[in-house]
Design a protein. Structure first.
Length: 236
């Protein structure tokens, strides 16, 4: 029987901790989603460098207070090719661009191996590229499989990480929808804190999030692909 005695005084909402004010919270995880070769990895590298060098990101203030230890797990491209691409773009060698010795399927075959590789690096933020390769052999169209994969990522990543993932092959008759485009979408489309969606190799880039009231990076205006391949802010 309800008497009204159970009412508890409302606690004020605490201001969230941000990595980049209004753009990227300090907790939860970020899904970078799009077709192959649209620039997801380079966008993630730019994010990694901003965190590791304590710089702003597309004009959004860096609130971390200090450079973070960022690890970019690159399992999608051979090390020599990846490093040559970064050098051609004029990007520095920090933060760590890390390739697991057993990158293909590493989180499928042995999470202990991954933990042993990551622990000495003491990362504050981990970027995983890409889910398809890290969980090679798992059926990522199945939500149960995706749930297990996410649980492993959370276990080894800590409180904040980013995950690069490909869109699933849509029926041409099905309208494009950022929330339903990911494999295992019932988990991938609801569990992230924010999602960066790439609609093509030149953009537009759209970002939505639980703490973001509107799309911060609006379609075709805020972030575009530069001639050299890097993503650029198109307006102040």
């Amino acid at each position: 029987h309800y008497t009204g005695q159970e009412i508890v005084e409302h606690q004020p909402f605490k201001e969230p901790t941000w990595l980049f004010k209004g753009l990227l919270p300090g907790g939860g995880w970020t899904l970078l989603l799009g077709d192959g070769k649209v620039g997801k990895s380079l966008f993630a590298v730019q994010l990694a460098y901003a965190l590791a060098t304590h710089q702003d990101f597309f004009g959004y203030p860096n609130l971390t207070g200090q450079p973070l230890n960022v690890v970019f797990v690159q399992s999608d491209t051979p090390r020599s090719v990846w490093q040559a691409q970064l050098t051609a773009l004029g990007l520095p060698r920090d933060p760590v661009i890390y390739l697991f010795p057993n990158a293909w399927g590493s989180l499928t075959t042995g999470i202990t191996l991954v933990q042993a590789e990551l622990t000495p690096l003491k990362p504050d933020f981990v970027i995983w590229d890409s889910m398809e390769k890290l969980f090679f052999g798992r059926d990522l169209t199945q939500k149960e499989e995706v749930a297990q994969c996410l649980a492993r990522l959370i276990r080894v990543s800590g409180p904040a990480f980013a995950l690069i993932h490909h869109v699933r092959k849509q029926d041409p008759s099905t309208p494009d929808n950022a929330r339903s485009a990911a494999w295992g979408s019932s988990f991938l489309s609801h569990d992230w804190t924010q999602q960066v969606y790439f609609r093509g190799p030149q953009g537009p880039v759209e970002l939505t999030g639980r703490l973001i009231e509107d799309q911060v990076l609006r379609a075709g205006r805020d972030v575009v692909r530069g001639t050299g391949g890097l993503w650029l802010r198109s307006r102040p």
